[in-house]
Write a protein that binds this ligand. Structure first.
Ligand SMILES: [Zn+2]
Length: 135
């Protein structure tokens, strides 16, 4: 009586605790997967944001690469930054400097100078939309 009683009690006890453990495990894995899902969602949002920031930086880099630091062919000043393929003015002596698309600086011919002056004037009149503040 003692052997049978205890044996089946233990067996039932094992089965019950086994059941509870399984339930707990299911519950735990459910909350874990929920947590993982939320984490994945958060990291995906972060990745999208990161990606957008990266693209912005790339764009800024591209603009920076398109403009070159030029030595003024007239006075030798080195503080000017002019975009490749455009004409700018030396901020020290006012010479119109033309930059070839490959980045070579030379004194702009009179026609280029007039064109650049006109463009500058238009830019100033339109309030210089603020796109080119980094020159
Ligand atoms: Zn100069």
């Amino acid at each position: 009586m003692f052997g049978i009683g205890l044996g089946s009690l233990v067996r039932i006890g094992f089965r019950v605790s086994d059941h509870i453990l399984k339930q707990q495990e299911i519950e735990r894995s459910r909350t874990a997967s929920e947590r993982a899902r939320l984490q994945a969602e958060a990291s995906r949002e972060k990745a999208i944001e990161e990606n957008a920031r990266h693209r912005r930086t790339q764009l800024e880099d591209e603009i920076a690469r398109a403009s070159v630091a030029v030595e003024c062919p007239n006075c030798g000043a080195t503080g000017n930054r002019i975009r490749k393929g455009s004409t700018g003015f030396c901020q020290f002596c006012g010479t119109a400097i033309q930059i070839s698309s490959s980045g070579i600086a030379y004194i702009a011919d009179p026609i280029e100078k007039v064109k650049a002056l006109a463009a500058e004037e238009i830019k100033q009149k339109s309030g210089d939309s603020g796109n080119d503040k980094n020159q």
